[in-house]
Design a protein around this ligand. Structure first.
Ligand SMILES: [Zn+2]
Ligand SMILES: [Zn+2]
Length: 306
């Protein structure tokens, strides 16, 4: 749908384990600028091409692709588009660029080692996970952006905001005249997972603070519907993170507990314990430690001073 003149939102409906992200496409004098290119693999790419067709946009007009962050559902199709669009300019944040060039680095950003550490005999490899659900690919960015850079896109000018927490190099884009905020995975259908190496709970909350400082009339998430009441959505996400912390603090009031004993306080389903449970719990423990309220002894956690 064309949400502003020349600014299209190509929404992807939720259906699988890892759904391709929605796309934003902006027309300028040269052709089309794409924010995200969607997941890789035949099915996702067919879906993305179908969305362009439905919207009356020609994929061959794309001259620029802006990547919010190197997660397969947002940019898995980048190699496909790179191959077919010889003049394509790929824009990426400086912190994200290494992951876009070399996907194997993602295991670090996902803190995959936490699984081997806390679940003997188990391992987690994000590239194997992506290969099964949403293929990823690599490319070298042509233009690197940083916090505060402004990307001119036709009639619009989007300011780059670095928003870690979910991924180290995640960016959001703010159009100050139209008061449009693109938030990627940070706000939307659900609170995204956060990992210590991606900025953790602290990084996520700091990114939400950045959002709250902006005047926003329309929020565009990568998953789910457009959001008109941005403040309510942001405060809702912050509230969920704060409630997780409260549950954890409550659990820590009793006798010292191990990492695995604390997991059920944050995640009800054991299927979530390894991922994203371990990474989210480690993020909260790290925050509590920095806040000076967490004590740890021989792998058991308790409230400091208790
Ligand atoms: Zn993501
Ligand atoms: Zn996503």
């Amino acid at each position: 749908m064309e949400i502003r003149p020349g600014l299209h939102f190509l929404k992807v409906e939720k259906k699988g384990v890892v759904d391709s992200s929605s796309l934003v496409v902006i027309r300028d004098g040269e052709g089309l600028i794409c924010l995200e290119v969607g997941g890789g693999g035949d099915e996702n790419i067919r879906q993305t091409l179908g969305l362009f067709e439905q919207e009356g946009l020609s994929v061959s007009d794309i001259h620029t692709a802006i990547i919010s962050h190197t997660h397969a559902d947002h940019m898995g199709a980048i190699a496909y588009f790179r191959e077919r669009l010889p003049g394509l300019t790929v824009v990426d944040h400086e912190v994200d660029a290494p992951y876009l060039r070399d996907n194997t680095l993602l295991n670090r950003a996902f803190d995959a080692d936490l699984v081997a550490e806390h679940f003997p005999g188990e391992r987690f490899d994000i590239l194997e996970f992506y290969a099964a659900f949403c293929p990823i690919s690599e490319t070298s960015p042509d233009r690197i952006v940083r916090e505060g850079d402004v990307l001119g896109c036709g009639d619009y000018a989007f300011e780059v905001i670095h928003t870690p927490g979910h991924h180290p190099g995640h960016i959001s884009l703010y159009e100050g005249n139209e008061k449009i905020l693109f938030v990627g995975d940070m706000v939307g259908m659900e609170v995204p997972f956060y990992t210590p190496s991606s900025g953790g709970a602290l990084g996520y909350l700091a990114s939400m603070e950045k959002y709250l400082a902006l005047e926003v009339d329309l929020m565009i998430p990568s998953h789910g519907d457009l959001i008109e009441n941005a403040r309510e959505a942001i405060e809702g996400a912050v509230g969920k993170v704060r409630r997780r912390e409260e549950r954890l603090l409550h659990a820590l009031e009793g006798p010292p507990k191990t990492f695995n004993e604390l997991l059920p306080n944050l995640f009800r389903s054991p299927a979530q314990y390894m991922f994203p449970g371990a990474a989210v719990l480690a993020s909260h423990l790290e925050k509590l430690k920095k806040d000076g309220v967490l004590g740890e002894e021989e792998g058991r956690y308790r409230l400091a001073g208790s």
